[in-house]
Design a protein around this ligand. Structure first.
Ligand SMILES: *[C@@H]1O[C@H](CO)[C@@H](O)[C@H](O)[C@H]1NC(C)=O
Length: 209
């Protein structure tokens, strides 16, 4: 009887140790999922429209013909209510099906164009006038370290389900040192481009119906 009681006692002690160590697991191994405008976690391979989170800041994200040439640029419709193009997110981490905050991912417009370049978002050249780095479409030249094609979605400081888009591909290249940046709108000749190194545009993600 006594030894039975003792084993019950040591069993519950083991349970306590297990429970405490489970609670002490760092949560950083799995960052919070990014949520769409309906509050559901974003999924890889599903189409989402990107919308500005604040009014009077253009419309949905779309492909912009900047100067009549290819490649096309990442930007926005001039006003809300227009269709735009949805995007598909692909995490850098293999086998990951949920889009999580601050993880490297590829963003590709779900659209076909007359340009030969892919519709993947890519860090582009510096705009001569503003000095801001533009976001363009196309594949990175580097097969090994395609850092220019990887972005991160980070939680905006205010508001529910509102995020910023950053370029800082530290998962693709942990030993690289990047001049990281957060993206925002840049109006050029009435066209709304998306660029780093200036104003920041918070966005929301709307699952395509
Ligand atoms: C927005 O307006 C400008 C100027 O009228 C035009 O050149 C541009 O094509 C428009 N953008 C879109 C995405 O339709």
């Amino acid at each position: 009887m006594n030894s039975f009681m003792r084993s019950i006692g040591s069993l519950s002690f083991i349970w306590l140790v297990l429970a405490v160590s489970a609670a002490a697991q760092p949560s950083s191994s799995s960052p919070a999922p990014v949520l769409d405008s309906a509050g559901s976690p974003l999924k890889a391979g599903v189409e989402y429209y990107i919308n500005p989170a604040i009014t009077d800041n253009g419309g949905r994200f779309t492909l912009i013909n900047r100067n009549g040439l290819c490649p096309l640029y990442v930007g926005q419709e001039n006003v809300s209510g227009l269709e735009g193009f949805p995007v598909i997110f692909t995490p850098f981490a293999e086998g990951e099906t949920v889009i999580r905050e601050s993880r490297d991912l590829k963003i590709v417009f779900s659209a076909s164009t007359t340009c030969v370049q892919s519709t993947a978002w890519k860090l582009g050249e510096k705009d001569a006038e503003s000095g801001r780095r533009l976001i363009v479409t196309g594949e990175s030249q580097s097969q090994q370290r395609p850092t220019s094609n990887y972005f991160k979605i980070v939680k905006a400081e205010v508001g529910d389900n509102i995020y910023n888009i950053q370029w800082c591909p530290t998962e693709v290249c942990p030993i690289c040192r990047f001049d990281c940046g957060t993206a925002g709108g840049l109006v050029e000749n009435g066209k709304r481009l998306f660029a780093l190194d200036g104003s920041v545009l918070p966005v929301t993600f709307e699952r395509r119906a």
